[in-house]
Design a protein around this ligand. Structure first.
Ligand SMILES: [Zn+2]
Length: 312
């Protein structure tokens, strides 16, 4: 009897400890399938980016391209990331990532210029069911605004196949000299929504720092969601919390989703999660919405899948 009680007690303890470590399920709406690291002139991997410069970038964890996927999978296991949208301009890279955990990854067809988009047979890939998200559409890096009519056929395809669109539209981006800040005003997305009323679109970084503009867009168009991603690990903590609090105070807590924007620093997955988890202005319910519930609704996950994620 005593042995049985000890056994049951140990079983409960081990399981609750496991639950504490593993945590509740999380959906990451924004990763990139990279197999290459950027090297500096000495052949070392560039440290993890930070803004605004000057700032102290942290050393990168991945030493080579293969490390990126390996560490990303480890981070996902550690933080119980049960689903992640992963994209790249090279779909072969995306499919390799997806093959490593088919039940977790949703493949996205990214493009950062219209030329890159035109070289992909999106309709064929969509017909085969290979792609679940159109994007990341990062044409802002090529100086193009979201309302440019050349993007129309891609939005139409997303509408036709009822898949979400992820678009980079905001006031922050990497080093490309063609990157156009003024093309990042989210009010420019309104024209897209008038032409494509059934689009399920989500805006990277909730269009930081355009808080008023993204608020009006999201009030007017209930089919617009946003991820809160790169900014979480890239910018100073106060900047991150001020913007997130602004979105929450404006009542948008049911439409903002977690994203890591993992590029070649897969440790960013956990850094972002921990930063939001320790934000004391968020209630537990708001955190669950941010990390899982909003994305599950936006992605139209089935009840069975949601149940399964909470059992794991
Ligand atoms: Zn991205």
């Amino acid at each position: 009897m005593k042995t049985t009680i000890i056994y049951i007690f140990s079983f409960i303890m081990i399981n609750s400890l496991h639950a504490q470590i593993k945590g509740k399920p999380i959906i990451d709406m924004h990763q990139h399938a990279r197999f290459k690291v950027w090297l500096d002139e000495n052949g070392s991997h560039y440290p993890r980016m930070c803004f605004p410069v000057p700032c102290e970038p942290e050393p990168a964890k991945a030493r080579n391209g293969e490390d990126i996927l390996k560490i990303a999978l480890e981070e996902m296991k550690k933080y119980n990331v049960v689903k992640a949208v992963v994209s790249d301009e090279n779909l072969e890279n995306v499919y390799k990532w997806k093959a490593s955990a088919p039940e977790k990854f949703i493949a996205g067809g990214a493009f950062f210029s219209i030329q890159a988009a035109d070289s992909v047979k999106f309709r064929e890939e969509l017909k085969k069911g290979n792609i679940g998200v159109m994007g990341e559409i990062g044409v802002q890096y090529d100086g193009m605004a979201p309302n440019n009519k050349e993007l129309g056929p891609y939005f139409s395809l997303a509408e036709e196949f009822d898949i979400p669109v992820l678009i980079h539209c905001g006031g922050i981006g990497g080093g490309d000299h063609r990157f156009n800040l003024s093309a990042g005003n989210p009010l420019l997305v309104q024209e897209v929504l008038i032409r494509h009323p059934n689009l399920r679109i989500y805006i990277e970084n909730a269009a930081w720092p355009f808080l008023e503009e993204i608020t009006s867009l999201m009030y007017r168009y209930p089919n617009v969601y946003a991820d809160f991603s790169t900014i979480v690990w890239l910018a100073p903590e106060k900047t991150v919390y001020t913007y997130l609090k602004g979105l929450i105070d404006n009542g948008l807590g049911k439409r903002i989703m977690y994203g890591s924007d993992q590029m070649e620093w897969p440790e960013s997955i956990g850094i972002g999660i921990e930063r939001i988890q320790k934000a004391d202005f968020l209630t537990e319910e708001q955190k669950r919405d941010f990390f899982y519930n909003n994305a599950a609704r936006f992605l139209k996950l089935t009840d069975e899948e949601i149940k399964m994620h909470h059992k794991q």
